[in-house]
Structure formats: C-alpha cells, structure tokens
Design a protein around this ligand. Structure first.
Ligand SMILES: [Zn+2]
Length: 198
C-alpha cells in the first residue's frame, strides 16, 4: 500500500468532513496553504486545544471546556425546566433560537431498532435521577419528529411518568415563512392537530 504524502493525507481527511467532497476539500486545503499564518496555524492551535480540553458535562451531556458546562453553571437559567435533546447539535440549535432559558439533558442519540440503539445506550438513568430531586417541574422533549424521535419521546414519557413531572413536547407545524403548498402531508397534519385560537 502506498503511503500518501502529507498534503494528500490532508486532502483526504478534509474530504471526509460532512458536506465537503473532493472538490471542496481542494479549495479548503488551498485556502489554508495560502493563509498559513492567519488561518492554518490558528486552526491547528484550536484543534489541539479542543482535543486536549473538551469534556462531556457529567450533569447534562453537553460538550464544553469545563465540567459542569457553562450552561449548567449559569445561575440565570431556570432549574425547574429541563429540555431533553438527542445530541449536542440539537442543544446548539435550541441555544441559537434563544427560545429556551432552562437546563438541558443530552441523550446521546435516539432509540432505534434499525441501528440497534437500546435504552441503555442513552443517558436515561441520569435523566430520571435529575427528575426525582424535586427541582425539575417540567421536561420538554425536543426530539426530532421522526419515527425514532417519537419512539424515544414515548419511552421517556412513560419512564418519567412515576416522577410526576410535567412532560411537554415542542409543537410542530407550519414553519415560519412556510407556504402550505410546499409542506409535506405529515407537517400539515400535525399543524392541524396542534391548531390554536387566533
Ligand atoms: Zn452541562
């Protein structure tokens, strides 16, 4: 097997990043080579820093440089509401929306018969534990509206039922800026189910 040159290795690695094919990989690598001081070195430093210091928050499952993470440490956030998300990407999406001011719980995936994801693979035990301290009053299930996401939501709802906490889920429906004609049937159906007074 031939050994790749460092440059080819870099091209190959960059090409493995999501959303980047061989063509984009060449553009990215060329850009890095042109901007060695301004971009390549800072990128190397940032990667090493993240590799050496990234932690998984033992409370919520978020990724951060500290454990507990900044979100868990923030005294301004509401301890009584817990938002359950499948992974860190969803937590970031919720944070970008500025729609939520409570705490999070990252499951680390969703139940999936197809992919063999069982309850013991998710951070469910710690979720139940957090819901039995008397601090949490409401759990918002912010899971994908897919079969796996909804299966997980039902499972968690039954798991948390004995704790007595209120369990809610995100409303789903017509997206802002969405035209009815372009929506799929499932979206229109749930939007109609969750209709509200005007
Ligand atoms: Zn945390």
């Amino acid at each position: 097997m031939e050994t790749l040159s460092p440059l080819d290795r870099l091209l190959k690695l960059v090409g493995k990043l999501p959303g980047i094919g061989p063509r984009s990989a060449r553009r990215v690598v060329l850009h890095l080579l042109k901007k060695r001081d301004a971009l390549l070195q800072p990128l190397i430093d940032a990667l090493i820093d993240v590799r050496d210091h990234l932690k998984t928050c033992t409370t919520c499952g978020n990724w951060d440089m500290t454990d507990p993470c900044q979100l868990c440490q923030n005294p301004k956030r509401d301890d009584s509401v817990l938002c359950v998300v499948a992974d860190v990407a969803d937590l970031w999406a919720m944070e970008r929306s500025l729609a939520f001011q409570g705490r999070y719980h990252v499951l680390g995936g969703t139940l999936s018969a197809l992919d063999g994801v069982q309850p013991e693979h998710l951070r469910l035990e710690s979720l139940v534990k957090r819901c039995t301290t008397g601090v949490v009053r409401e759990v918002v299930l912010a899971l994908n509206v897919t079969i796996d996401g909804q299966t997980t939501a039902h499972y968690i709802a039954s798991l948390l039922h004995p704790t007595g906490v209120k369990i809610t889920r995100l409303a789903s429906g017509v997206p802002v800026g969405g035209e009815l004609d372009y929506l799929d049937d499932g979206t229109i159906h749930t939007a109609m189910q969750a209709r509200m007074a005007v």
